[in-house]
Design a protein around this ligand. Structure first.
Ligand SMILES: Nc1ncnc2c1ncn2[C@@H]1O[C@H](COP(=O)(O)OP(=O)(O)O)[C@@H](O)[C@H]1O
Ligand SMILES: [Mg+2]
Length: 376
């Protein structure tokens, strides 16, 4: 798929901007702070319903405005669609497809797919487990948009189960009546059912991504690997050997039973996909804490390139976004990366200076300056 037109209203620094887009490579060039990343951030938002830079919507709305609109015309094969999201911080966001009546925001997932690499991705390697869970879950959702529903079900069940555990912990502390544990059993089953589905999808993703990540790392940093992706689950080491969702369900239920006493003491759910991590191994060591800055950067890029490969190979050609990537690479790697991605259906690149964009990425150039986006 590719985006043929992007239109923003009160998004970040843009009061209004209209950007027609071609398939192939488009580069946005301009000095720092001019609004290049803001443009690609908007495209990424359509694909994930979130920003790669901030966790809340408020900073995405232009200072002084009370809502932002992102609109994109998208072509997939013969089919064209118009997607529109209205961001209302503090209130529910709204979505429309083809100007018709409203749909839930998550119904737009799958229309725009992106793989976005940005300097912030260093946190994938160096940051907390939550960064890597988000990476996995966003990719799981890009493969299969219905997983957005599973993820939000999981969040909801987890929240309600935690509320229940908290009140049990309170009652216990104040010597009150102990809780009716059959209610908790019911929530265990909900958590087990939805959690097993999420676990199954993550495990399948990691198995598929592993060889692609190893290959991508070898492309980005020849001779620097191998890389090994390893899922570390709070549920236990046996999740890797589970062959069916029923087995994962059984393991999750057993793990919950094992920690129930602690959970009631602490008032929080201690096992489940929300407590898991993806360990990024590099030459037999975890990259986090061991890898150099350059290796961490290469690793993050390799994960994104592997994601791109994976979605393409499954017939979900995404838009590849490379935000400020080329300045970080030496000339040889720059050319290498450019060759790898030059054949993509649509590639959006940002760079501070034109010279950073490799010659093989010939395509449309836009100058971005003080909120103006002009075709060169
Ligand atoms: N909500 C907002 N309202 C107004 N301006 C914003 C908002 N969020 C960010 N900006 C401005 O956008 C600019 C950064 O744009 P960005 O796209 O990140 O720049 P770059 O071209 O370096 O990628 C900054 O000058 C910042 O002040
Ligand atoms: Mg930028």
């Amino acid at each position: 798929m590719h985006v043929t037109h992007l239109s923003l209203a009160d998004f970040r620094s843009y009061a209004r901007v209209e950007v027609p887009l071609d398939p192939g490579v488009t580069a946005f060039v301009g000095a720092n702070g001019q609004g290049k990343t803001n443009l690609v951030e908007a495209v990424g938002y359509l694909a994930t319903l979130g920003s790669h830079r901030v966790s809340s919507d408020a900073p995405l709305v232009r200072m002084g405005a009370d809502r932002a609109v992102i609109r994109a015309a998208v072509t997939q094969g013969e089919r064209s669609q118009l997607v529109e999201l209205e961001l209302n911080p503090g209130k529910a966001n709204r979505a429309r497809i083809n100007r018709s009546s409203q749909v839930r925001p998550r119904d737009v997932l799958g229309i725009v797919r992106t793989v976005l690499f940005a300097p912030e991705d260093l946190a994938l390697v160096k940051g907390d487990p939550g960064e890597r869970r988000r990476f996995l879950d966003e990719l799981v959702t890009a493969r299969s948009p219905r997983m957005a529903g599973v993820r939000s079900d999981y969040e909801r069940v987890l929240k309600q189960r935690n509320t229940l555990l908290k009140s049990a912990a309170m009652a216990r502390r104040h010597g009150g009546r102990s809780m009716d544990l059959s209610t908790l059993d019911v929530w265990d089953q909900h958590l087990g059912r939805v959690g097993a589905e999420l676990l199954a999808q993550r495990l399948d993703l990691i198995a598929t991504l592993q060889p692609l990540a190893d290959k991508a790392y070898a492309d980005v940093a020849p001779g620097g690997g191998p890389v090994m992706l390893e899922y570390r689950s709070s549920v236990g080491t046996e999740v890797e050997h589970a062959r069916t969702r029923e087995e994962l369900y059984a393991q999750l239920i057993a793990a919950l039973a094992e920690v129930r006493k602690q959970e009631i003491e602490r008032g929080v759910t201690l096992v489940g996909p929300h407590r898991d991590d993806l360990v990024l191994g590099l030459r037999g060591m975890p990259a986090k804490g061991y890898a150099s800055h350059g290796e961490s950067w290469s690793y993050a890029l390799a994960l994104r390139l592997a994601s791109y490969d994976l979605l393409r190979s499954e017939g979900n050609e995404p838009v590849l976004v490379l935000d400020d990537v080329f300045a970080e690479l030496d000339a040889r790697r720059r050319e290498r990366l450019a060759e790898l991605v030059a054949q993509g259906e649509q590639v959006l690149v940002t760079a501070a200076v034109d010279d950073d964009v490799p010659g093989v990425l010939a395509g449309t150039r836009y100058a971005v300056s003080a909120g103006e986006v002009d075709r060169l």
